[in-house]
Write a protein that binds this ligand. Structure first.
Ligand code: FDA
Length: 397
C-alpha cells in the first residue's frame, strides 16, 4: 500500500469557500494562531452576503429556535447557535460601527449596505493573517496521511486540517458548485438528497395563465403545506407564485403535493359573503372582494359571478368562500437552483459533531454552512447558521 505523508506546508488549515461560513471560520482559527489559507474560485469573497437581503443583508433573526431550521436532525443546529448567537454577531457589528435595524419581527438588516459586512470580514481576516486565494477552483480533496490535500486548478494544497465551506447549489451563475458534496462522498459521508428551497413555485395550464395575468400583484396570504403554515405577502408572477410566503412554503413542499392558499387569512369568507348578501344585496362580488383584495385579483376570482349578491345562490357563494379561504393548488414544480435562495439537504449531520462540526470518524475535517443538511427559513436564519457553524469549526479545529 502506498503511504502518503503531508509535505511541509506553510498552512495549518485549508478552508474551501470564502463565503459567510468560510470567512468567519478562517478568522476564528487564525485568531487561535493557525496559519489559514482560504480557496475560492470567485473573483471576490462573500458574494452571497453582498446580494443578501436585497443588498442590505438580513444577517440574523432575534427569534431563533430549531423550529426555524429544516434538517434530518432539527436539533443539530442548537449547540452551534448557542455557542455563537445573534447577539454575538451584533456585538461584532457594533465593534465595527456597522448600524443595523429590525425590519420585521426579529429580522435584522444593515441600515447601510451588505457590503459593510463583507468589508468587516475581510478586514478581520487580514488582521488575523488569513491568506485568501481568490480565483482558485477546487476540484476535490482527499486524505493524505493524517492530513488532507485540496486539488485545485491552480495547484494543490496540503494541510493537516480541512474545512469545507463551499455552500449549496443555489444560483450556479454566482459560482455555486457541488464540490462540497463530492468531497463528502469521497470520504464516504452520506449526503441527504438536495433540493431547491426558498424558491418560487411554477404552475401550468389555466392556473399559470391566471397567475400570469395577475403578475406583479402582491397580497397577504396564508400558505399551508406539509403541515406547516406561513402568513406573509404572496406575489403573482408570470410563471406562478412567489413572495415571502411562497418561498417559505417551498422549503416544506414535496413534488405532487398540494398547497392550501388562504387569500383572506383574517376573514371567514363565507360569513363575509352571506352577511353582504343580506346587508348589501345589490353589491357585486367584485366590489365586495375589492375591499379586501387587489382589484385585479378580485375580478379574476369573481369571473362568472357578475350578478348582484342577492341573485347568487348560497351554494355558489360557498364555492367562492372555499376558494378564498382554502384554495387547493398543485404546483408543477419549483423554479429550481437558478433562483432558489438556498439548498435543502446536504452533508448528513449524523456524521458530524454538533459542537465542533468535525467529522466524527476523521480528525481535522469539518463541514460548515449551507453544504450541511441544515436549512433555515427565510428571515436571516441561513446566515446565522453560516456564522455559528463557522465559528464552531474555527474554535475547535
Ligand atoms: P456561500 O455560498 O456563501 O459560500 C460558498 C463559497 O464557496 C462561495 O464563495 C463559492 O464561490 C465557493 N465555491 C463553491 N464551489 C467552489 C469550488 N469548486 N472551488 C472554489 N470555491 C468554490 N440568508 C440570510 O440569512 N439572509 C438573507 O438576507 C439572505 N439573502 C439571500 C439572497 C439571495 C439572492 C441568496 C442566493 C441567498 C440568500 N441567503 C440569505 C442565503 C445565504 O446567502 C446563504 O445561506 C449563505 O451565504 C451560505 O453561506 P456559505 O458560506 O455556506 O456558502
Amino acid at each position: 500500500m502506498e503511504i502518503y505523508s503531508v509535505k511541509p506546508s506553510p498552512y495549518d488549515l485549508s478552508v474551501i469557500g470564502a463565503g459567510a461560513a468560510g470567512l468567519v471560520c478562517a478568522i476564528e482559527a487564525a485568531r487561535r494562531g493557525l496559519r489559514v489559507v482560504v480557496l475560492d474560485h470567485a473573483r471576490q469573497a462573500g458574494e452571497k452576503i453582498r446580494i443578501s437581503g436585497g443588498g442590505r443583508c438580513n444577517f440574523t433573526n432575534l427569534s431563533l429556535s430549531p423550529d426555524n431550521y429544516i434538517s434530518h436532525n432539527p436539533k443539530f443546529c442548537l449547540s452551534a447557535l448557542k455557542g455563537y448567537s445573534p447577539y454575538d454577531f451584533m456585538a461584532r457589528l457594533d465593534l465595527h460601527h456597522i448600524r443595523y435595524e429590525e425590519k420585521e419581527a426579529g429580522q435584522l438588516f444593515c441600515q447601510g449596505s451588505a457590503k459593510e459586512i463583507v468589508a468587516m470580514l475581510l478586514q478581520e481576516a487580514t488582521t488575523a493573517g488569513v491568506v485568501l486565494k481568490m480565483g482558485h477552483t477546487v476540484h476535490t480533496a482527499r486524505a493524505l496521511g493524517d492530513g488532507y490535500e485540496v486539488l485545485c486548478k491552480q495547484g494543490n494544497y496540503q494541510t493537516p486540517r480541512l474545512v469545507v465551506a463551499s455552500g449549496g447549489l443555489s444560483i450556479p451563475k454566482m459560482g455555486a458548485t457541488d464540490v462540497g458534496l463530492r468531497i463528502a462522498r469521497q470520504f464516504k459521508l452520506p449526503v441527504v438528497e438536495t433540493r431547491p428551497a426558498l424558491c418560487p413555485f411554477l404552475f401550468e395550464g389555466g392556473l399559470q395563465k391566471m397567475f400570469s395575468s395577475l403578475s406583479g400583484l402582491s397580497t397577504p396570504a396564508t400558505l399551508t403545506t406539509g403541515g406547516v403554515s406561513f402568513t406573509h405577502q404572496l406575489l403573482f408572477t408570470h410563471r406562478g407564485l412567489s413572495g415571502p410566503v411562497a418561498l417559505q412554503a417551498s422549503s416544506y413542499w414535496q413534488r405532487g403535493r398540494a398547497l392550501l392558499l388562504n387569500l383572506l387569512p383574517e376573514q371567514d369568507a363565507l360569513a363575509l359573503l352571506l352577511a353582504a348578501k343580506q346587508g348589501e344585496p345589490r353589491l357585486q362580488v367584485t366590489t365586495l372582494l375589492s375591499r379586501y383584495l387587489p382589484k385585479r385579483l378580485a375580478q379574476a376570482l369573481a369571473v362568472g359571478l357578475d350578478a348582484p349578491l342577492a341573485e347568487l345562490p348560497d351554494q355558489r357563494l360557498k364555492q367562492l368562500a372555499n376558494q378564498l379561504n382554502g384554495w387547493s393548488l398543485t404546483p408543477a414544480g419549483l423554479e429550481g437552483y437558478r433562483t432558489a435562495e438556498v439548498t435543502a439537504g446536504g452533508v448528513d449531520t449524523a456524521m458530524l459533531s454538533s459542537k465542533t462540526m468535525q467529522v466524527k470518524a476523521r480528525q481535522g475535517l469539518c463541514f460548515i454552512g449551507e453544504v450541511v443538511d441544515v436549512t433555515g427559513q427565510l428571515g436571516g436564519y441561513n446566515l446565522q447558521w453560516a456564522w455559528s457553524s463557522g465559528v464552531a469549526a474555527g474554535r475547535y479545529i
